[in-house]
Design a protein around this ligand. Structure first.
Ligand code: XLS
Ligand code: CA
Ligand code: CA
Length: 438
């Protein structure tokens, strides 16, 4: 097999004093932290669409980098992507990958022919990626013009049926490759104007499609997790899966809450005007924390830039939530990230992943320290200590009635003195202290 990345050896961990750009400074896959190897804590995944397919095309210009991987026929390109992905994953010590059906095999004239291509490609993947694991699969139900008005929420029942057939096949491919996750990201499931939209029917239909997908997947032995990936906007003005809280409401309304967890993407969180940590906390508190799309947006831009993550604070607070959730089970950290259009060489793929992986390795190390240090957790516990005894405990146990509370308040008089300072600045300074003493 030809080597795609000549001159780049397996990336080694050289520690934080290394100045070698092609080395990990913080990610040591085999290092054991809190009883688990770093590679098991972090479960990094390569995203097929960005890394193997994304060539830098944007609305102002054509691609800047070649992602044909030396082939020309579409199916040969698809196979070359698999060979190149295997090399990237080997050299970067990445154990997992994620894909949309159309990322791995190009769509043909008919659905039957497209499905045959998927059979051929997944056979090839099974051999060439033996030893690598599928974190999750999904269906691209947004790229083809047939999905211009949505897929599961299309006004056309025919398009809905086509999407269902496509998702059925994508689930089969996921199961065939041993995938432990299946993602629903609401591609074009949203609307531009209510002047032409029956929002209730669209959402009812989306839930019908999800129920069919879950039932079918379970019937063919899929034992992994289903995820919804919230995103507030883009491509439609109003995406139905706005954020985690909205999605939880949707799942409960349609009785799907036992079947789905969240795939939280950092850049989608910030598009919804939330922090990444907020979305993770909402998922954790509601028992639906599942997987993560690791990337970051740009604070000055209002769209989905899918940059490789380099913000250490965000990575630290993310890993704090992951650790508090008990770590990943079926989920992991998928780099839904692309090197900038100007970072167009093959070597840039490695620099981008090294930056992202080292950032999360640092985030893991910092989050462990933050928890071990204990000052933040203790502060929060103390702040809510009035709920452990007396009237607070009576409210929580359900013993106190509203009349009891009135009696209590009348006797107590002014309660402002029961408050203590929130100490935000002190806490932020503790985080800095922990981070920079690593
Ligand atoms: C797009 C989404 C998408 C999902 C998978 O913004 O991030 O790539 O992760 O369909
Ligand atoms: Ca994503
Ligand atoms: Ca994104």
């Amino acid at each position: 097999m030809s080597e795609f990345f000549k001159g780049i050896d397996k990336i080694k961990y050289e520690g934080k004093t290394s100045t070698n750009p092609l080395a990990f400074k913080y990610y040591d896959p085999e290092e054991v932290i809190c009883g688990k190897k770093m590679r098991e804590h972090l479960k990094f995944a390569l995203s097929w669409w960005h890394t193997m397919g994304g060539d830098g095309t944007d609305m102002f210009g054509v691609g800047t980098t070649d992602k044909k991987w030396g082939a020309s026929d579409p199916m040969e390109i698809a196979k070359a992507k698999i060979d190149a992905a295997a090399e990237i994953m080997d050299k970067l010590s990445i154990d997992y990958y994620c894909f949309h059906d159309r990322d791995i095999a190009p769509e043909a004239e008919t659905l039957a022919e497209t499905n045959k291509r998927l059979d051929e490609i997944t056979d090839y993947m099974k051999t060439k990626l033996a030893g690598k694991k599928l974190l999750w699969g999904t269906a691209n139900c947004f790229g083809n013009p047939r999905y211009m008005h949505g897929a599961g929420t299309s006004p056309s029942a025919d398009v809905f049926a086509f999407a269902a057939a496509q998702i059925k096949k994508a689930i089969e491919c996921t199961v065939k490759l041993g995938g432990k996750g299946y993602v629903f990201w609401g591609g074009r499931e949203g609307y531009e104007t209510l002047l032409n939209t029956d929002m209730k029917l669209e959402q009812d239909n989306m839930a019908r499609l999800m129920r069919m997908a879950v039932d079918y997947a379970r019937s063919i032995g899929f034992d992994g997790d289903f995820y919804i990936e919230p995103k507030p906007k883009e491509p439609t003005k109003h995406q139905y899966d706005f954020d985690t809280a909205t999605v939880i409401g949707f799942l409960k309304k349609y009785g799907l809450d036992k079947d789905f967890k969240m795939n939280i993407e950092a850049n989608h969180a910030t598009l919804a005007q939330h922090t990444f940590q907020h979305e993770l906390r909402v998922a954790r508190d509601n028992g639906v924390f599942g997987s993560i799309d690791a990337n970051q947006g740009d604070t000055l831009l209002g769209w989905d830039t899918d940059q490789f993550p380099t913000n250490i604070y965000d990575a630290t607070f993310c890993m704090y939530e992951v650790l508090k959730a008990g770590g990943f089970t079926n989920g992991g950290l998928n780099f839904d990230s692309k090197a900038r259009r100007g970072s167009f060489t093959r070597e840039d793929i490695f620099h981008a992943y090294i930056a992202g992986m080292d950032t999360f390795a640092l985030g893991l190390r910092a989050a462990v320290k933050l928890i071990e240090d204990g000052r933040i957790d203790k502060f929060v516990a103390d702040r809510y200590s009035s709920w452990n005894t007396g009237i607070g405990a009576d409210v929580i146990s359900g013993k106190a009635t509203i009349a009891d509370l009135e009696k209590y308040a009348l006797e107590k008089g002014d309660v402002t003195a029961s408050l203590t300072s929130g100490r935000q600045e002190m806490l932020e300074s503790i985080v800095n202290n922990v981070l920079f003493s690593l």
